[in-house]
Ligand binder design. Structure first.
Ligand code: SF4
Ligand code: SF4
Ligand code: SF4
Length: 322
């Protein structure tokens, strides 16, 4: 087996492209422990991705399935004490994998469809966790949830149980500027898990809060799907702190006895059931593991990729792939 040859040129290229210094990583592993996908599956280690970047192993990185396991929640970057941004490295690696033909546009499009359908599985799991533990499910059940529309009522809202008299809710709306929302939908556009509105839509959540519809909000599994990435809040021109509002709604749901206090713990347990099939489906989609149960072959440095990576020579726009 050949020893690894660090490539400082590639390391520099990544640093310039993502405007973040990966060499500040001091391998504390905070990102590994914070990553929800890693906690659920043990198959996505952000620190490993940073280590590879620091060694300039970019050819290997862009061929790794892990970069597609990431759900772009940004929690690794939020927890990092040194301001290193693993999620940006992953977005960069995805964009390069697409640009250099390691994966095709068609595969990437299918990947986003898969990820969007997976939010239905998360919704079903959250709905069960509202009342108890999710028990192990069959592959068939998982696939059915992927395909099945979620069961929100399409009836006009009848509720007269308004938040207006609820002091805690009033405080939340004031602290998060919730009532300033003018429903432009920017939060929904930037949210990585919005696709199917019945499953999750931050604009609809804010609007429902502005209308003061207690029962609809606090009993909905949707409020438990937020990844806390904060893109909605960063994108809102009305300064609505959307991610914070959703977090406060979760707290209110517990305090108002809509949900048991251990909801987050039950969701974490459910993630261990629903995420592994997602990662297997990603492997199958990209051909990372064509035969189930077989060990993945070790990655080889592809020097033709190195040349193409460096050829670019400047940071390219990381649009279309997040
Ligand atoms: S962005 Fe989220 S899913 Fe991706 S590596 Fe970071 S913590 Fe894990
Ligand atoms: S971006 Fe802000 S103003 Fe626009 S819909 Fe979302 S919360 Fe409302
Ligand atoms: S923090 Fe905002 S953008 Fe991120 S998942 Fe939650 S609602 Fe969507």
């Amino acid at each position: 087996m050949n020893p690894i040859e660090p490539n400082p040129d590639l390391k520099k290229y990544v640093k310039n492209a993502i405007h973040a210094d990966c060499s500040l990583c001091w391998t504390c592993s905070s990102c590994d422990f914070e990553c929800p996908v890693n906690r659920a599956t043990g198959r996505l280690w952000p620190q490993k991705i940073l280590r590879m970047t620091n060694l300039g192993l970019i050819e290997e990185l862009i061929q790794m399935p892990e970069i597609w396991y990431c759900q772009t929640c940004r929690r690794c970057s939020q927890i990092c004490p040194n301001g290193v941004q693993p999620d940006k490295v992953i977005s960069f690696a995805r964009a390069e994998a697409l640009r250099l033909g390691v994966v095709s546009r068609q595969q990437v499009d299918q990947y986003y469809q898969l990820f969007a359908a997976f939010q239905r599985v998360r919704w079903q799991a959250a709905a069960i966790c509202q009342h108890g533990d999710l028990q192990p499910i069959s592959e068939r059940q998982w696939s059915q949830w992927m395909d099945k529309a979620v069961g929100e009522s399409q009836q006009p809202i009848q509720s007269t149980d308004l938040f207006q008299g609820n002091a805690a809710f009033k405080r939340t709306m004031a602290q998060t500027d919730g009532s300033l929302c003018f429903t432009c939908g920017e939060c929904s556009s930037v949210c990585p898990i919005t696709g199917d509105r019945a499953v999750f839509d931050p604009r609809a959540i804010v609007r429902t809060a502005v209308l003061g519809l207690t029962q609809e909000l606090l009993s909905s599994p949707s409020i438990w799907l937020c990844l806390e990435c904060r893109r909605c809040t960063e994108g809102c021109s009305q300064t609505v702190k959307v991610h914070q509002l959703i977090k406060e709604l979760q707290q209110l749901a517990i305090e108002s006895n809509y949900i048991a206090a251990d909801m987050q713990w039950r969701l974490a347990k459910a993630d261990k059931i629903i995420y592994p099939p997602l990662l297997d489906a990603i492997d199958a989609l990209f051909g990372f593991q064509p035969t189930k149960g077989q060990k993945r072959p070790s990655l080889q440095a592809d020097k033709s990729l190195t040349a193409k990576l460096l050829q670019n020579g400047r940071a390219h726009a990381m649009t279309n792939v997040h």
